[in-house]
Design a protein around this ligand. Sequence first.
Ligand code: ATP
Length: 486
Amino acid sequence: MADMANDNLIELKHVRKVFDEDTVVVEDFSLDIKKGEFVTFLGPSGCGKTTILRMLGGFDVPSGGEILLNGDDITKLPPNERPINTVFQKYALFPHLNVYDNIAFGLKLKKMAKKEMDEKVSAALEIVDLEGFEKRNINTLSGGQQQRIAIARAIVNEPELLLLDEPLSALDAKMRKEMQIELKNMHKKLGITFIFVTHDQEEALTMSDKIVVMADGEIQQVGTPEEIYNEPANLFVADFIGESNIFKGKMVGKKKANFAGYTFDCVDDYEVGTVIDAVIRPEDFMITTEEKGQIKGEILSSDFKGTFYIVSVLSGKNEIEVHSLKNYDIGAKVGLCLEPDLIHIIPYDTSINHYEAMLGAYEVERGLPVQFADFSWDIDPEQIFPGCQVEDGVLMDAHGKVIETEGMIVDAFFSPDDLDLSDDAEAGVVTGNILSFLYVDDHYQYTVRSESEEDYVVNDEDLWNQEDYVSIIIPKDKVVYKIINS
Ligand code: ATP
């Protein structure tokens, strides 16, 4: 069979990176990057963006998986043998060398002829818009100019791939905006592939052909800026990119969703009864009179933001954020309207808060032991085997058949509404740190990661901070068990 034309420059296949034997920083990361694309890795601090970039540059070797460049395995190739250059957050220029010598540094190592070197340096300076700066001393340049020199030094080697690790973060807001436009222009002029790392969503949305949203070493969504913004794949992406109102709800008819106490027409078609999250951007609500509104509420606050007002509307228990060009009086009664295609429906992730556990042998004095990854407890066997009975210390089903519980695997479900957080480590059965949180309806939805790396979703009205060390209170009698295998 003829080889299919493949325009991928880079293929990351199931890449994994583990530090210190057990700290998993990148997990099963697979991604194709096409020739000439401007790709941005976007995600919160610590999600593994730099680690991926370092593996692409050859500064770190993956613990698993492979990296292909033009179809060839480069997973273990040293940095200087890859046609890849990196621009770092800190410019890392040599302060004692002038602009020319900084840019020509790599070319000199290659022992390039002086004339050719002069031409390449001046061409690189032209691309970064600093023609004639060859003789300038590095210390006499502004931050923005130094960053441009750092870029010139990277592109003078004519790499196939340029890696940019938060290159604009040291610049002030205005210079940063200018450099964003210039980087886009450079990308067009050079025609090479750029991989850009940032935790600034606006920067990612304005600059990229393709955005890779990451959290916790894993890809959350890959798409164009429009796809990521308008069709977030999950609540993390919806919350991380732009502002979002998130409502819990249910599909109640064909393309009809009920949330915030009202039923709306929408364009997403999910089975009736499906539990959903409805995501609505603050700029997508229209404020109207109370009578005309699909949602009715009262103005809680209105704050001017330069070009629009951030208006908070209280409807029932829900606080809804709306962006409006008009100011509203606090206390005014208003209505909110929504176009069907501005409601984005995400089916509820039914795998949330399901945990595998193993049963032990039933003992009359003790009950039925259940061993989870993080903790164990003894329960009333009735919770798993309704109608069961105990005779002479032996557990039997309703028909008198002995139940051998030892080694049986069950699925346990803890509803996020039933769980509570406490700062007293002894109060609950599991402890961990708050990994992330969202505001949903009228409460916060926290994800807590335990020491054994299990995630627990907890709905709580109190405000906790990211990283807070908390204990999770799980009411034993509210847990729903299902036997997986016996
Ligand atoms: P930032 O935006 O803050 O730079 P990032 O998304 O680039 O964050 P990384 O720098 O890739 O994140 O780090 C991901 C995780 O890996 C962090 O928790 C970090 O502490 C850890 N990490 C990175 N390098 C090492 C190392 N050499 N040894 C141990 N842990 C490391």
